[in-house]
Design a binder for this molecule. Structure first.
Ligand code: MRU
Length: 359
């Protein structure tokens, strides 16, 4: 994988700072965003400078560690540190509502802090180590997902993917793009079809950029082209990531995913979801229980064409950032524990248990 996609280039925790690749500037500019106070991490998550379910979990964990580091550096004692964490933890946790990895990671960090009886410096050091190892663990999980998922593709696969579920979205390697990376290493004949992913173009801006870095052949399409690509036999598999998988296997992911699952069913194509067990939320029984983030209308209206705004000024807008795909449309969930087939309940619950990723 190219150096630009190395985990520490995507996000890292230093002494008194979190540094991340600013994903809002890609692909035109490869620039680092340096944040020295935890509210900056909340802001970076909210405006998608860092995005993707596992990556915002990593950012949230690093935000908690940063809060502890700065409180320890101010010398306000253990009570001062705990007061700072009491402000930081709920704010980080709530920075985005849909991807469960964020709440999961922040809660894990809060539990470590609660159980710690050391000095502020010791608590900050433990939290920093925990955040870095959570990052390492997520990348490892992605590599295992890639290895399991590649086995589902066969020769000369034509993989359609949506949004960006790559290294940028996970802090390294990727889930759906992890499957693509491992699949392409095993069979250089694999090709990727990249949905541009309106409204914020994570496919066109980020997935295409990642595939360029790794010289994996791809074709970029507008979202509305997927159906006819399938009808023409130009797609063999749909592989996507997830922001949250409910206990019954319903999948919540980037808006447009549900449509692809319906299309895949119509065309007899396997619809595969690649996600670590940290994305499985056994406490939400079904997709209907998962909150879907509604984002700013400007994201939909803000399209420019021919050098001019392409939407009617003040057009009424709906902008749900995610949709819910029922488990019955999902052929397989690929986690770091292996390939899960329907019915998903027991298999997912066992995987979370064995992985030790329940809250
Ligand atoms: O709004 P985003 O860009 O954070 O949405 C990201 C997605 O929907 C991804 O598909 C999902 O988080 C999986 S990332 C491995």
């Amino acid at each position: 994988m190219s150096n630009g996609l190395a985990p520490e280039a995507i996000i890292r925790l230093g002494a008194g700072e979190v540094t991340m690749l600013d994903q809002t500037l890609l692909p035109g500019e490869v620039a680092q965003l340096r944040v020295t106070e935890w509210p900056g991490v909340v802001e970076a998550i909210g405006r998608l400078a860092v995005r993707g379910a596992p990556a915002i979990g990593v950012a949230g964990a690093m935000g908690v560690a940063l809060a502890a580091q700065t409180a320890a550096a101010r010398g306000e004692g253990v009570e001062g540190l705990r007061a700072e964490l009491a402000r930081a933890v709920p704010a980080l946790r709530a920075a985005r509502p849909t991807a469960v990895n964020l709440a999961w990671a922040v809660d894990r960090m809060a539990a470590i802090a609660d159980a710690h009886e050391g000095s502020p410096e010791q608590i900050a050091a433990s939290l920093s180590e925990a955040a870095r190892s959570l990052h390492d663990d997520e990348v490892e999980r992605c590599r295992a997902i890639g290895a399991h998922g590649a086995g589902l593709l066969g020769r000369a696969a034509r993989v359609l993917t949506h949004c960006n579920a790559g290294a940028l979205a996970t802090g390294g390697y990727g889930t759906a793009l992890g499957v693509v990376r491992a699949g392409h290493a095993a069979d250089p004949g694999l090709r990727v079809i990249v949905d541009e992913t309106r409204p914020l173009l994570q496919g066109a801006r980020l997935t295409a950029w990642e595939l360029e870095q790794d010289a994996i052949p791809y074709t970029l399409i507008a979202d509305g082209m997927a159906a006819s690509m399938m009808a023409q036999g130009r797609v063999s598999h749909v592989v996507v990531g997830a922001d949250r998988i409910a206990a019954n296997g319903d999948v919540v992911n980037k808006i447009g995913t549900y449509g692809l699952a319906v299309l895949a069913r119509e065309h007899g194509l396997p619809f595969i979801v690649a996600a670590p067990t940290s994305t499985v939320d056994l406490s939400t029984p079904t997709g209907a229980d998962v909150p879907v983030e509604e984002r700013s209308a400007d994201e939909v209206r803000g399209l420019w064409l021919f050098g001019r705004p392409a939407a009617v000024d003040d057009a009424p807008v709906a902008n749900p950032a995610f949709d819910r795909t029922p488990a019955r449309l999902v052929a397989a969930v690929v986690s770091e524990r292996g390939v899960h087939r329907p019915p998903f309940e027991r298999s997912l619950a066992r995987a979370v248990d064995e992985a030790g990723t329940s809250p």
